[in-house]
Design a protein around this ligand. Structure first.
Ligand code: SAM
Length: 236
């Protein structure tokens, strides 16, 4: 088993344990009082969705974004939630049934291997993509599948630029219990996400949130360029 596979297995195991309590514990994420809901709302707004739009929530977890997405796309819209962890999707399914939403489907898949349906209006990923080593390729594949004028938005945590190493390590220790914090910090996934979004999309924007502890990256697929590139032609 490769190191990547081992990390993935560990990640799935971790989220299986967290799934049932995730909706509660995520309110304390990354620290109690963190403006997570406001950040989610801002991310959904960045998609510029209209009623009837189609949207993919990549690494959707238990579906905490679904109520915000439902509000804008309405019953004629279409939402696809994708996640690697079965137990997180089971919680998402409960949320769908409890709310009686009939326009959301769930797919268990690794973001790195997911075949984005062509012509989707928007893609978002919240607090998840920095955990995916192939995040740049995921952005490229998603961008290629967007309809012309479609939007991609990524919200995630980052280490603030001017934080001393020891402090960053202490802070991230609380939010990255599933993998090597050193690895995550050294990998600087937010930089890879930023570069990929900038390269793949027009109208790119990068907004640092809450003292640089999170970012919202967004961009548009240039109109008239819809179509799907062959897989594997993007970043790794
Ligand atoms: C911190 S949770 C965030 C969930 C949700 N997006 C939210 O905002 O609450 C991270 C999620 O990413 C999923 N995940 C991690 N790596 C993944 C991958 N390679 N492909 C798909 N999902 C992945 C996990 O299973 C977990 O549900």
């Amino acid at each position: 088993m490769s190191q990547t596979d081992r990390t993935r297995e560990h990640l799935i195991e971790t989220y299986r344990k967290k799934a049932k309590r995730y909706d509660f514990t995520s309110r304390l994420y990354p620290v109690p009082g963190y403006p997570q809901r406001a950040q989610r709302l801002r991310t959904v707004q960045a998609l510029g969705l209209r009623p009837g739009a189609s949207v993919i929530d990549m690494a959707c977890g238990t579906g905490l974004n679904f109520p915000l997405l439902e509000k804008v796309v309405g019953p004629d819209g279409r939402i696809v939630g994708v996640d690697l962890t079965d137990a997180m999707l089971a919680q998402a399914q409960d949320r769908i049934e409890t709310n009686g939403w009939s326009n959301i489907s769930l797919v268990q898949a690794d973001a790195a291997g997911f075949d984005f349906p062509a012509g989707v209006d928007a893609i978002l990923s919240t607090y998840a993509l920095s955990q995916v080593p192939e995040c740049a390729a995921v952005i490229a594949h998603g961008a290629a599948a967007l309809s012309g004028g479609g939007r991609w938005a990524v919200l995630d945590l980052k280490v603030p630029d001017k934080t001393p190493g020891w402090l960053a390590q202490l802070g991230t220790a609380t939010v990255r219990p599933f993998a090597s914090i050193d690895q995550w910090m050294m990998r600087r996934p937010w930089a890879a996400i930023r570069a990929a979004m900038q390269e793949e999309l027009a109208d790119f924007s990068w907004t640092e949130l809450f003292f640089g502890t999170a970012f919202l990256a967004a961009g548009t697929r240039a109109p008239g360029t819809s179509g799907v590139q062959p897989r594997g032609s993007g970043h790794q």
